[in-house]
Ligand binder design. Structure first.
Ligand SMILES: Cc1cc2nc3c(=O)[nH]c(=O)nc-3n(C[C@H](O)[C@H](O)[C@H](O)COP(=O)(O)OP(=O)(O)OC[C@H]3O[C@@H](n4cnc5c(N)ncnc54)[C@H](O)[C@@H]3O)c2cc1C
Length: 390
């Protein structure tokens, strides 16, 4: 166990929150720490939105404003500027999920292209992000990954997905803006991984522009990482990875059990933690060819990264190492790291309230199920309230 205490500084963590915002955050985390409340709240909200009941205002003033930057990119500007005064950058995350129509995929691509342009002009936004299933149907990725032949129509649809990836990565390279590609469920990820690697081969020739995601709750990822690293060295391209633990654990385990195959997920939390730290260590030791975006709210992994950077003589401002957290969570990590001079960016989700609901529900559920995380947020907020009173 590390004895570092950098993240205990709540004054730095919550410097951007006034007293009433602090109270609101406390109230929110208190609410979502109650599992039954989250379950009832989720069902009631879904019902109300489907029935067109006027609940958007309520959602906005509670969960939405805490976890999202706004309903569109312009809305997010004040959040982006405010965080940047403390050295924390933003990754605008267009969080509309679960759509399956071609028009929405094109819309998502255009949105990301606009954000790349926006990022080119704004120092506070050095990185952009998109989700593979934001650009094409989940089913198609799955079929491709399983090696099942496409019909002519499906092939044309797949070609459009590839073209969307390519258009975004090309503009990102032209504008020198890094692009993160999110990781999703393992049964669609093989096809996404191949596509990301193709983009890396094409656009990461001088420096890493394209970053895929390494989900280390999967026990096979270190081997995968070493494989792509070898191919990159042989092929003369750079590897970029956002490293995370992974967000779909229950779904992965349930499917594996249902279909009777070995679960791709580590058996214990400790195994996932070890895998994360081993993969991160491998990447930091190979920074000449691999760049890393460390996406985590885990304090020990962040302390380990800081220690390794010091041991390996990596400059805190080296553009090959970024730390990232989600907006509305773990400010004690983001703002204290930034204060120390590290590269830090927060994912700032945005989109129409109704369309962002799946993202918000995931955050609420995550904060309920990862019991430690909510009580940590609550304790930090409590400590800061106490500190301000004194
Ligand atoms: C900036 C950023 C970007 C992200 N992007 C993605 C993405 O593209 N794709 C994605 O899937 N997720 C993404 N996530 C979410 C991430 O995968 C985790 O779900 C979340 O960050 C919690 O993990 P943690 O590292 O913060 O820390 P912790 O709270 O220490 O770890 C919790 C995680 O450990 C794992 N875990 C928990 N219990 C067990 C167990 N019993 N056995 C095995 N493993 C266990 C799970 O992955 C769980 O989410 C992102 C997170 C951040 C901060």
């Amino acid at each position: 166990m590390k004895t570092n205490t950098l993240f205990d500084n709540t004054e730095v963590a919550f410097a951007l929150k006034n007293d009433s915002q602090l109270e609101r955050a406390y109230f929110l985390f208190k609410m979502i720490s109650h599992q039954p409340l989250v379950r009832i709240g989720t069902a009631a909200t879904n019902f109300a939105l489907k029935a067109n009941l006027p609940v958007e205002g309520l959602i906005r003033s509670t969960v939405f404003d805490h976890f999202c930057g706004g309903v569109n990119e312009d809305d997010c500007l004040s959040v982006i500027d405010k965080m940047f005064t403390k050295g924390v950058s933003s990754v605008l995350d267009y969080s509309v999920e679960g759509k399956e129509e071609e028009a929405t995929f094109d819309e998502a691509r255009d949105k990301i292209l606009k954000i790349v342009q926006f990022a080119d002009e704004k120092e506070a936004m050095p990185i952009v992000v998109f989700k593979p299933t934001g650009f094409g149907r989940f089913y198609l990725y799955q079929k491709k990954g399983e090696g099942v032949p496409f019909s002519a129509e499906e092939q044309a649809e797949w070609d459009r997905i590839v073209a969307r990836f390519d258009t975004v990565c090309r503009l990102a390279k032209e504008k020198d803006v890094e692009v993160l590609i999110d990781g999703e469920e393992s049964w669609m990820q093989d096809a996404a991984d191949d596509l990301c690697e193709t983009m890396m081969q094409k656009y990461n020739t001088e420096k890493p522009i394209v970053y895929n995601t390494l989900q280390t709750y999967r026990w096979d990822r270190l081997e995968y990482l070493k494989g792509i690293h070898e191919r990159a060295k042989a092929g003369g391209f750079k590897v970029g990875f956002k490293i995370v633990r992974g967000a779909y654990m229950e779904k992965e385990r349930d499917r594996a059990e249902d279909k009777g195959y070995k679960s791709p997920i580590c058996e214990t939390k400790q195994e996932t933690d070890d895998n994360f730290n081993t993969c991160m260590t491998y990447m930091l030791n190979n920074l000449d060819t691999i760049s890393i975006f460390i996406g985590t709210h885990n304090e020990q992994s962040c302390y380990l990264a800081m220690d390794l950077m010091q041991q390996l003589g990596i400059n805190k401002k080296d553009n090959n190492v970024w730390f990232g957290q989600l907006y509305g969570m773990s400010d004690h990590i983001s703002f204290n790291l930034a204060k120390q001079g590290y590269n830090v960016a927060k994912y700032v989700p945005f989109g129409p309230v109704k369309d962002v609901m799946p993202y918000l529900i995931r955050r609420a559920e995550e904060n309920t199920s990862v019991a430690g995380q909510t009580s940590r947020e609550l304790n930090l907020l409590k400590q800061e309230k106490k500190r301000r009173k004194l």
